[in-house]
Each structure stands twice: as structure tokens, then as C-alpha cells.
Design a protein around this ligand. Structure first.
Ligand code: GLU
Length: 450
């Protein structure tokens, strides 16, 4: 049986393709060392060795016709990582940076995130290097149909239930669902994040962003810090997670002053205009630069005007910082800027948006830090609520879903805090989340045998 350091060494010299997986794996493995020391069942059952290898990696070709009748070829993936706790569950990402390594890291993170929710869902992730940006609706539909032609063989309501992620929203889920139905003649809840009219849950679009803020509120309360009301907050990203986090910040009376996309950052001192942002990003799918046409008093900072190892959003003084764009977007330099400007709380809306250096800086400076696995679990939690509604052919009210989401996020925060305390790392939400998430999966794996 290998010890923790041997296991990390086995993965040493991370290559470009497995660097992200290595980063995620190393963090988990280092966090759970006290648990492995306190209970030898995990070593005896070789849980770590078994947990870092996916159950299966499915890779397939996706061929489709673009609007000029040219044939396009992309690669599709589904990584079914671990189903000890329930059917594989996790999103699909459509983005040109997608490859097996990116999805392996995301699927790995998803195992622990899903475990932390306390709900019966395993971990998986999938997607494609297809870029929906700049494609016509018809092209997106063609691609989604071709993608599902392969994917349908591997999914099912009790097998694997994909959802959205970057580049996959209600439009893509709708086309994917339609194709599944056509191929199989089954009206099954094989995807979550469906539009409400055909089986989606109310509040699924809001869930990750709202959940992030519910989690943060609980974390602040548990740490005896001031709530977000009246506080300046910075948010990165301008997708589903970012805009709904901004919405919930406004509900609480906070002042979200930033958002960003791949081309630049908006800084609006009085608070960003959420209705305008929703129209720009959800309806018109345009660049943030256009924000200035309506609000010339705001500032737009093009990404190329800022040093490559930093991000303009994190240079703005704030009480709470919410990275909601993508992995490793918040660097060591960004963390230093935030700390120097007096940040009190950082919570991750995207998956692993803080680099290892940034995370350690926050922890060393005793900043209240909510790691993604715990802080952004609201999305997948409401996905599980959607599965429950589909299974019972029922529909829950907005209030019911919202209340259940809030309770789930509060429970996650409390579970993380108690676990950190139990294992001698009080106040460290990273270790707390990793240990609590790992323990539930590992105990199920032991009970289920080889
Ligand atoms: N992609 C989201 C996540 O990272 C949601 C997954 C889901 O709803 O299955 O958790």
C-alpha cells in the first residue's frame, strides 16, 4: 500500500495535458493525510489508488455540417469517474480548450463536490472542443445532435446524467434532449438544466450563483464576520454563475462592482447594471465592451492592457471576491493584490479558479476562503432536485427549490467547518471540504467492496 507522498510522486512531472488533474489531485491527497493516518481502513482498501483512476473515459468523434455545407469534425468526451454514491453526475463543457486532461480534473472535483451535497450522485464530466461562440443556432443544433448520436449510448437516468457547464446552457441542453428523445423514443430525465417547459427545475439557472452566496453568508456567520450587506464585492466572469451571483448579492444589499469576459473587465463603481448584462450575455451574446454604450461612466479594461499573470478584477478593493469565470483565473499576484486591498472573504464560483499559490496565500493570511467543491455545489444540488422531480413526474415551486438549496448550502458549510475542526485544521475550508467529501465516497467504496 502506497503512502500519500508515493502516490503524488507517481504522478510527478505533470505534463501539459494532466497538469490540472495533478493540481486537483495533489490538493485532495495532501488534505486527507490526517484522515488516512487516523483510520487504516482507507489504506487497507487502497481507496486513494482506486479513486484517482476514472471508471471509464469515453472518447468519440463528432461530425457535423456547418452553414456552408462544409463537414466539421470535433472530439467528444464523457468521463465516468466514480459512481459509489449514485449515478455519474456532472456537466458538459463546450469550449476550444477542452481535452481529456481538463475533463479529468473537472470530473475528479465533481466526485467530492457531489459527495459534499449529501445527495445520491456520483462524479462525471464531459464535453467537446466545439466552440459555440460565433456559431449560428442551426450549427449549434447540428453539433448537439451529432454529439448525442454517440453520447446516448452511455447515459441514462440511473446511469449517468449530464448537465451544462461553460458553453452549455438551456439552448444546448434542449437540442441534446431533443436528439436523445428522437434516437431512443424515451422521455427520460437524462439531462438536467432542461428548460422548465419540458422537465427542468425552477431555479436551476440561478442555483450555482445563488448557492455560492448562500454558502458565503453561512461561512461569514460561522466565522463571526460581518455579512455582505452594504459591502463592495468583485465578481469575475459574465456567464450563468457570475450573473446569478451578482443578482443574489444585490438581493442582500451588497454592491457588486465588476464582471469580466475573455476580452476584458467592467468596473462600475456604483454597482454593475444587471439587466443590461443579462441582455448582453444571455440574449445578444455580445462582448462586455458594449456596456460602455449605455454606461459611459463605467470603466472597461481590455485584457491585453493588464499583465498576463494577473487579472484587472482582482485589483479593485473589495470585502468579498467571487471568481466565477474559469480554472486558475486568480493567480498568486491577484491574491496578493486582494489581500493588500483588505479582502475579507473569497468564495469560488467557478471550478478551481484560484491557483494553488493563491489558495495558500488566502489560507496563510486567514482570509475566509470557500473552495469551489463546497461553494459552487448549489448547481449540481438543484440538478439532483431536477432528477427527483423527473422521477416522480412532479414540479416543485420556486420557493421550495430555493429553500432546499439554501438548507443544502448551509449544511455543506457546517459539515466542512466541523470536519476541519475534527481533524485539527480548524478554519481551513479546503481541508475540511476535501476530507468530508472524500470520507463519504471512500466509506461507500469500502462498503461496496471490489
Ligand atoms: N457544471 C456544474 C458543476 O460544475 C453543474 C453540474 C450538474 O449540474 O450536473 O457543478
Amino acid at each position: 500500500m502506497m503512502n500519500v507522498n508515493d502516490l503524488i510522486k507517481k504522478f510527478e512531472k505533470p505534463t501539459d495535458s494532466n497538469q490540472l488533474f495533478y493540481q486537483a489531485m495533489e490538493e485532495v491527497v495532501l488534505s486527507i493525510a490526517p484522515l488516512l493516518d487516523s483510520d487504516d481502513r482507507y489504506k487497507k482498501n487502497a481507496i486513494l489508488e482506486r479513486l484517482v483512476v476514472p471508471d471509464r473515459v469515453i472518447k468519440f468523434k463528432v461530425e457535423w455540417f456547418d452553414d456552408n455545407q462544409n463537414i466539421q469534425v470535433n472530439t467528444g468526451y464523457r468521463i465516468q469517474f466514480n459512481n459509489a454514491l449514485g449515478p455519474y453526475k456532472g456537466g458538459l463543457r463546450f469550449h476550444p480548450t477542452v481535452n481529456e486532461g481538463v475533463l479529468k480534473f473537472l470530473a475528479f472535483e465533481q466526485i467530492f463536490k457531489n459527495s459534499l451535497t449529501g445527495l445520491p450522485i456520483g462524479g462525471g464530466k464531459g464535453g467537446s472542443d466545439f466552440d459555440p461562440k460565433g456559431k449560428s443556432d442551426f450549427e449549434v443544433m447540428k453539433f448537439c445532435s451529432a454529439f448525442m448520436t454517440e453520447l446516448h449510448k452511455y447515459i441514462g437516468p440511473r446511469v449517468d446524467v449530464p448537465a451544462g457547464d461553460i458553453g452549455v446552457g438551456a439552448r444546448e441542453i434542449g437540442y441534446l434532449f431533443g436528439e436523445y428523445k428522437k434516437i431512443t423514443s424515451k422521455y427520460d430525465g437524462i439531462l438536467t438544466g432542461k428548460p422548465f417547459m419540458f422537465g427542468g427545475s425552477l431555479m436551476r439557472p440561478e442555483a450555482t450563483g445563488y448557492g455560492l452566496i448562500y454558502f458565503t453568508e453561512t461561512m461569514l456567520e460561522l466565522e463571526n464576520k460581518e455579512p455582505l450587506t452594504g459591502k463592495i464585492c468583485t465578481v469575475s466572469g459574465s456567464g450563468n454563475v457570475a450573473l446569478h451571483a451578482i443578482e443574489k448579492l444585490y438581493h442582500l444589499g451588497a454592491i457588486p462592482v465588476t464582471c469580466s469576459d475573455s476580452k476584458g473587465t467592467i468596473y462600475h463603481k456604483e454597482g454593475v447594471d444587471l439587466d443590461l448584462l443579462k441582455d448582453m450575455k444571455f440574449n445578444r451574446r455580445v462582448s462586455l465592451e458594449e456596456y460602455l454604450e449605455v454606461h459611459p461612466e463605467a470603466t472597461y479594461i481590455p485584457a491585453e492592457d493588464y499583465p498576463a499573470d494577473g487579472h484587472a478584477v482582482w485589483d479593485i478593493p473589495c470585502y468579498g471576491a467571487f471568481p466565477c469565470a474559469t480554472q486558475n483565473e486568480l493567480t498568486g499576484m491577484d491574491a496578493q493584490n486582494l489581500i493588500a486591498n483588505g479582502v475579507e472573504v473569497v468564495a469560488e464560483g467557478a471550478n478551481m479558479p484560484c491557483t494553488t499559490k493563491a489558495t495558500n496565500d488566502f489560507l496563510n493570511h486567514k482570509i475566509c476562503f470557500g473552495p469551489a467543491k463546497a461553494a459552487n455545489a448549489g448547481g449540481v444540488a438543484v440538478s439532483e432536485f431536477e432528477m427527483a422531480q423527473n422521477a416522480s413526474m412532479g414540479k416543485w415551486s420556486f420557493e421550495k427549490v430555493d429553500q432546499k438549496l439554501k438548507t443544502t448550502m448551509q449544511q455543506i458549510a457546517k459539515r466542512v467547518v466541523l470536519t476541519a475542526k475534527d481533524y485539527g485544521v480548524e478554519g481551513n475550508y479546503v481541508d475540511g471540504a476535501n476530507i468530508a467529501g472524500f470520507k463519504r465516497v471512500a466509506d461507500a467504496m469500502i462498503a461496496e467492496g471490489i
